[in-house]
Design a protein around this ligand. Structure first.
Ligand SMILES: C[S@@+](CC[C@H](N)C(=O)[O-])C[C@H]1O[C@@H](n2cnc3c(N)ncnc32)[C@H](O)[C@@H]1O
Length: 215
């Protein structure tokens, strides 16, 4: 491990030590995700989970849409801000892994407030006719623009959209990076920043979290 990687690890530890405690259920889920899945690093994790929770608690969203459930870590973090009558709809196409989020949602205090939808988000979003107070986009990067266009008609003034991995491991500033994911991420970042209907800021947390608010 290089000096800078060591320093990053140490800084992450410091940030975690000085953040609110991770709820026990999330700690357990994070552990099981690393034990049972091959791409565990996709998980939002401790710091981003706490940020999602704080943002959700600030908004108290009635309807939340999450695109990309994976093992359910981010879903359970965002669910912490749901009001009594609030609901979180979370979509993932991976049937093989579905048992894991299902198990944890069932075990959680939010079990009646979470609707887990297994399917392709590009089709499933169209079936959900809701006004979204909070949206978390965290699925295949090639479809980011499609997701953004699909949710746009269902946003109102004050709606918050969070888009994950928008720095794409630094590729967004690499001239040579021409792959579809990088192109799509860059396009959405640009479209959002130029759209007068939105105010936005990319938070350099982890792989970049785009914080967007509809004016
Ligand atoms: C980065 S992971 C999500 C991580 C999760 N939000 C968390 O923080 O723990 C991306 C997920 O998107 C899912 N996915 C990819 N393409 C999809 C699609 N077209 N429709 C629904 N889910 C999709 C994958 O199966 C994967 O579980």
């Amino acid at each position: 491990m290089s000096y800078f990687e060591e320093l990053d690890k140490e800084m992450d530890r410091y940030l975690e030590d000085n953040a609110s405690e991770e709820p026990a259920i999330l700690k357990k889920l994070r552990k099981e995700t690393y034990q049972k899945t091959t791409h565990a690093s996709m998980i939002s994790g401790y710091l981003q989970g706490r940020l999602l929770s704080i943002i959700s608690n600030m908004i108290k969203p009635k309807n939340i849409l999450e695109i990309g459930t994976f093992t359910g870590y981010s879903a359970l973090s965002i669910a912490e801000g749901l009001p009594q009558d609030g609901k979180l709809y979370t979509i993932d196409k991976n049937e093989d892994l579905a048992y894991l989020p299902q198990k944890y949602f069932e075990e959680s205090e939010y079990k009646d407030k979470i609707e887990f939808i297994i399917g392709d988000a590009k089709e499933e979003i169209k079936k959900l006719d809701k006004i979204w107070d909070l949206v978390f986009i965290d699925a295949d990067k090639e479809s980011y623009l499609t997701y953004f266009e699909l949710i746009k008609p269902n946003l109102v003034s004050g709606s918050i959209i969070l888009v994950d991995n928008v720095l794409w491991h630094g590729k967004v500033i690499q001239e040579s990076a021409k792959d579809k994911s990088t192109e799509q991420i860059k396009l959405v970042n640009k479209i959002v920043s130029e759209d007068p209907d939105f105010e936005n800021l990319i938070l350099p947390l982890r792989d970049g979290l785009h914080l967007i608010r509809k004016k």
